[in-house]
Design a protein around this ligand. Structure first.
Ligand code: SAM
Length: 385
């Protein structure tokens, strides 16, 4: 281990119970890889950001699913078309990974029940969420659909998914990432160490050969001094999802880039961000367990690792292109609730704007779709390109 990478980071190490727990661990056994630190910050069973009930979460950030039900309604239309493309199997598994409190699930299911009754008859919705607290919340959100057997709650992806779509919204950016740095021409991993009473970063040896292979396989060479994230869990996850899927699609919505862009000179310090009170910062050690940490997704890696499990690339478009392609068929009539007043309609149109605005969520988020057991599928959501 050598000098600190970002020595300027100032933070109170004993600020949270998790900070104290991690400080003790580091004191006893030495620095921990950043990926382990991020894992504990987000998923520590007691103190992890995502292990706790969601109360107060909007204080930090919101996702597209929180903005307006139109997001889920248009996804429902896309799933119904996928069901058609697959030849209308008697059961269509819609498997939502990282379903949180079930907000998106509720919107997809309610809309399908009301507007797409034939599809709803075939729909088997699995809301997959590892956090017990969030799964409990889903019970309230999905009531009727759980009672009639259309929806199920699960902690893991179903073992076999004969026909359907495995999808996620902002899941993979919340997987713990390894962080690396190029130092004198060599790849080094970033660890979390203790400097007095302060958590700090320092480079050390790579924790896995897979990290070097990850860059080689994508023909990526980082520059001297460059920092970057390596999301090995996302590679494992996409392979696992592909293996479980018989026929159908994997749809991933997230912040991200192709590898050539993710690792170019515009991202010399990587893409890791901490979110707290709607502010993004690079102070990853402020309030461990009480702020969100995310790193952009590498779609090239999802493509490469997905291929190993039989997934082909269907396409990748911005969230704006995806939602506009799905909504324009009926001039976004799905935006309005029955009997909505003019004021409510105006409000709905404004919220739609924030989902598709090119300087906001519309271009920040990408929709990446892969398929298996279907030949050159054509999907409306991708038709804008
Ligand atoms: C950023 S939140 C997104 C929640 C939701 N999709 C939304 O758009 O509001 C990520 C969610 O994924 C869950 N999660 C993370 N890893 C998971 C895994 N391997 N399996 C299931 N859920 C997971 C977290 O507990 C958290 O609820």
């Amino acid at each position: 281990m050598t000098a600190s990478v970002r020595g300027a980071q100032v933070n109170a190490v004993l600020a949270t119970p998790l900070a104290r727990t991690l400080a003790e661990r580091i004191r006893a056994a030495g620095p921990i890889p950043f990926a382990e630190y991020m894992h504990e910050c987000l998923y520590h069973p007691q103190f992890g950001y995502y292990s706790k009930a969601e109360t107060g979460r909007f204080a930090d950030f919101y996702t597209s699913a929180d903005v307006h039900p139109i997001f889920g309604r248009l996804w429902a239309r896309q799933f119904a078309e996928m069901w058609d493309v697959l030849g209308r199997p008697s059961e269509f598994f819609a498997v939502e990974a990282g379903a949180g409190t079930g907000r998106l699930a509720g919107h997809v299911l309610d809309f399908s029940a009301q507007k797409l009754p034939e599809f709803y008859g075939a729909l088997r919705y699995f809301a997959v969420e590892q956090s017990v607290a969030r799964r409990e919340k889903q019970r309230d959100t999905l009531g009727i659909h759980l009672e009639n057997g259309t929806a199920r709650l699960a902690a893991e992806l179903p073992r076999d998914i004969p026909a359907g779509c495995i999808f996620s919204n902002e899941l993979l950016d919340a997987f713990p990432a390894h962080r690396v740095l190029v130092e004198r021409g060599r790849l080094r991993e970033i660890y979390v160490a203790l400097n007095g009473e302060t958590l700090t970063e320092e480079p050390g040896p790579l924790t896995s050969d897979e990290i070097e292979k990850y860059f080689q396989q994508q023909k990526i060479t980082l520059q001297e001094g460059q920092e970057a994230e390596v999301n090995l869990d996302a590679c494992e996850w996409i392979m696992d999802a592909g293996r479980r899927l018989g026929r159908g699609f994997v749809l991933t919505v997230d912040y991200g880039y192709e590898a050539v862009e993710l690792y170019n000179e515009r991202h010399m310090r990587g893409t890791l961000m901490a979110y707290s009170a709607h502010r993004a910062s690079e102070d990853f050690f402020a309030h461990p367990g009480e702020q969100d940490l995310t790193a952009h997704v590498n779609f090239t890696a999802l493509d490469l690792w997905g291929r190993r499990a039989g997934l082909g690339r269907t396409g990748c478009v911005s969230q704006m292109a995806f939602l506009v392609a799905l909504g324009r068929g009926n001039q976004f009539a799905d935006l309005y609730d029955e009997g909505a007043s003019e004021v409510e309609r105006i409000r709905a149109r404004l919220l739609l704007k924030s989902l598709i605005h090119p300087e906001g969520m519309g271009e920040t988020f990408q929709v990446f779709i892969q398929h298996k057991g279907v030949v050159q599928p054509r999907l409306t959501g991708l038709s804008g390109v």
